[in-house]
Write a protein that binds this ligand. Sequence first.
Ligand SMILES: NC(=O)c1ccc[n+]([C@@H]2O[C@H](COP(=O)([O-])OP(=O)(O)OC[C@H]3O[C@@H](n4cnc5c(N)ncnc54)[C@H](OP(=O)(O)O)[C@@H]3O)[C@@H](O)[C@H]2O)c1
Length: 295
Amino acid sequence: MNRSKSTPKVMVTGATGQLGGLAISTLLKRMAPNQIAALVRPKKEADARVSKLDQLGTETREADYEDLESLRQAMSGIERLLFISSNSFEPRRSQHQNVIDAAQASGVKFIAYTSILNAQDTPLVLATDHRETENMLTASGIDHVVLRNGWYLENHLNGAQQAVKDGFIAGAAGDGRFSSAGRADYAAAAAVVIHPDFVPTRQVFELAGDASYSLYDLAAAFSEQFDTDIRYRNMDAEAFRSALEVHNLPQTLTSILVDTDLCAADGALEDASGTLQALIGRPTLSLSDALSTTP
Ligand SMILES: NC(=O)c1ccc[n+]([C@@H]2O[C@H](COP(=O)([O-])OP(=O)(O)OC[C@H]3O[C@@H](n4cnc5c(N)ncnc54)[C@H](OP(=O)(O)O)[C@@H]3O)[C@@H](O)[C@H]2O)c1
């Protein structure tokens, strides 16, 4: 693992993850590798994602969101923290409190946290931990911005092959619209705000793709891209749950996916603010452009 002689001032958590990795590669276009620390969960075995970070020249530091002391040590000397929300569902609130407590103890001056669209008002079950984390950040007194990310385009694109196989997309979102953006666009926004030159103009950024689509539109886009007939089958909550259960997903994830579609039916994942485009200074990746590069 890299240990640079100069001390990095910017840390990215979740660095082995997809969003964190993209944020680091975007930051590296504007910052020297030895100015960036990548926080990774301690690994028992060699991990290719950590080796890749080492090759980039960033400094890798290990800590677990479950372990306050490891976080405190890892954040030594860090001034700006890109805090990527945990991907675990159950202990997420306490994990996030640990990250904020460690940042406070280590003298971190600024945090950018990846939340979810309209976290304080949305009915999305998924938002509960994000809302609490935003409140913890406020209570900490540390300067911060909240990056309220909308739905990842990839969440839908990942279902493309299954849709081709089945000839349909299952869902419960009705004609609710998703203003999704690709992870790379959300990561670019995160890289903008965590860069030392960034002076926040506001504390909360509602981030979403420039255009929205319904699951009917998604099915039509899949049909065109893969040159086969794919329909959207709108279901009630229980039928959608049963459709998901066929894929042996963890029950918590199944429940969240059902809830997300039901809330999306009422517009919970739609946003036309254009804030993401304005922040990153370019249009966001469209569904059709994303699909044209989907295998
Ligand atoms: N808006 C959306 O549509 C959407 C969809 C999915 C997720 N999300 C949220 O966005 C976050 C980033 O997305 P992503 O695609 O980059 O997720 P991801 O690829 O699953 O990455 C999550 C990262 O969090 C790290 N992590 C998890 N538990 C940890 C712990 N106890 N201690 C330290 N690090 C820990 C993981 O480390 P390991 O590599 O060691 O596991 C990984 O680096 C997710 O974690 C989730 O909160 C949003």
